[in-house]
Design a binder for this molecule. Structure first.
Ligand code: ARG
Length: 430
């Protein structure tokens, strides 16, 4: 069989796992590519040297590894935090934020190697393939993306192991996780296996970063997080670099069982999927950030920003990081953050995190306006006029349309029905 791409170079996004290791050998043997691997450490890759050696052992001509942790925090994680980006109100988007950065590294490597092809190990069913393909398309529309797992390679896990052994690829003796896991410093994403039944509670072995809330320390821990313009800069009063702060918070909150998310989410490709996430730092930081915003942003800004947050999360989830729409939303978000400076106290207690205090030099909170005690500066009398004007359209409508009518029966129909409905017998009181 002739090899269609003999003489061409393909740069493969390489994790060091079995799938992408087999893909190295497969791209070479079946398609004839010279393979260069590209690995970006987003906080959980571990020993980069070992990954490099494994890539070479799998048949790569060259293995590029890069510590991208700080870039990830600064240009991906922090902007998403400032935006308040939580997909379907919950998922902090760890995997989704990592993909565009890995794609950027891949494109840079392809340029450096004068390659016309890039490859990734995503399957044809998830969001990750979309994120890779769209990011590469946006950054380098001239490159062609090859996805062996989406078609061509077609191997079961056992076949992959056989193939790896035949090709001298080291196969770890450790038992394969029964789940599909992706992780980086912003969170761990777990799917498949027994999790596919959304009624079943996740078994213990799903979790690696968080303890079971029942086994968390009985004594709560209170932490203080400092922000500057929406970016976390300190923990318990000491300044910390972003990367260290996220790592530390993952440990501390994880130890108290905080950061577990169990949800059914809507994938871009149209299927519902049961997902478990562990994201201790992300959960706590989003909560704290929101609490600080509630102190320094106006009501209108908060309301509009929550609309933007949803849009931003959607865009990240759907792989549109490198789009003009993102640039525009990001500008708005950045502008909203200029007063988001201050400190937030959070109590970690057996699986829950609760904001217990917040303060800021730009706080809009005014005790003299809010107080029910001494020193009240609010003009109670002025409320009369305010309510008269605010209620004007209601009174006008009442006079002209009699919405709730003279017929008070009709007006009360719904609540009356609810009150007079016979109480349903339940198992308890039967
Ligand atoms: N559902 C999440 C997302 O789309 C997590 C995907 C996890 N990826 C994986 N290869 N296990 O972002």
């Amino acid at each position: 069989m002739s090899k269609p791409y003999a003489g061409e170079t393909c740069v493969l996004a390489y994790s060091g796992g079995l799938d992408t290791s087999v893909a190295v050998a497969w791209l070479r043997e079946t398609l004839g590519f010279e393979v260069v691997t590209c690995t970006g450490d987003l906080g959980t890759t571990g020993d980069l040297k070992a990954v490099q050696e494994k890539a070479i052992a799998s048949g790569a001509r060259k293995a590029i590894v890069q510590d991208a942790r700080e870039i990830f925090v600064r240009y991906f994680v922090w902007p998403a935090l400032q935006a308040g980006a939580l997909y379907e109100d919950r998922y902090p988007l760890a995997t989704a934020l990592g993909r565009p950065l890995l794609a950027k590294l891949l494109v840079d490597a392809a340029r450096a190697e004068h390659a016309r092809f890039v490859a990734h190990g995503c399957t044809g069913k998830g969001n990750d393939q979309v994120r890779f393909d769209l990011a590469v398309g946006a950054l380098a529309p001239d490159l062609t993306v090859i996805a062996p797992m989406r078609g061509g390679m077609n191997m079961t896990r056992d076949e992959e192991i056989d193939y790896a052994k035949k090709h001298g690829i080291p196969v770890e003796a450790t038992k394969k996780s029964p789940y599909s896991v992706d992780m980086n410093l912003w969170g761990r994403s777990i799917e498949a296996g027994v999790l596919e039944d959304p009624w079943d509670a996740p078994p213990r072995d799903v979790f690696a970063w968080t303890v079971d809330p029942n086994e968390a320390p009985a004594k709560p821990r209170e932490i203080a997080i400092g922000f500057e313009e929406g970016i976390p800069v300190s923990l318990d009063g000491s300044k910390m670099a972003g990367l260290a702060l996220v790592q530390r918070l993952n440990e501390v909150a994880g130890k108290h069982g905080v950061g577990r998310i169990d949800m059914v989410e809507d994938r871009l490709v149209g299927i519902k999927s049961r997902e478990i996430y562990e994201a201790p730092a992300a959960v706590v930081l989003h909560q704290a950030h929101r609490a600080l915003e509630s102190l320094v942003l106006t009501k209108e800004a908060l309301r509009f920003k929550s609309v933007m947050a949803r849009e931003y999360a959607e865009l990240v989830y759907n792989g549109l990081w490198f789009s003009a729409h993102h640039q525009d939303l990001a500008s708005y978000v950045r502008s909203t953050q200029r007063f988001v400076t201050g400190e937030v106290r959070v109590r970690l207690d057996r699986g829950t995190s609760t904001v217990t205090g917040r303060r800021s030099p730009h706080s809009l909170y005014s005790t003299s306006l809010a107080t029910y005690g001494k020193g009240d500066a609010f003009d109670h009398k002025a409320s009369e006029g305010f309510i008269r004007v605010f209620g004007l359209p209601l009174r006008n409508q009442a006079r002209t349309q009699a919405l709730w009518g003279a017929d008070s029966e009709a007006a009360l129909e719904i609540p009356r029905k609810a009150l007079s409905a016979p109480r349903r017998k339940t198992a308890d009181n039967a």
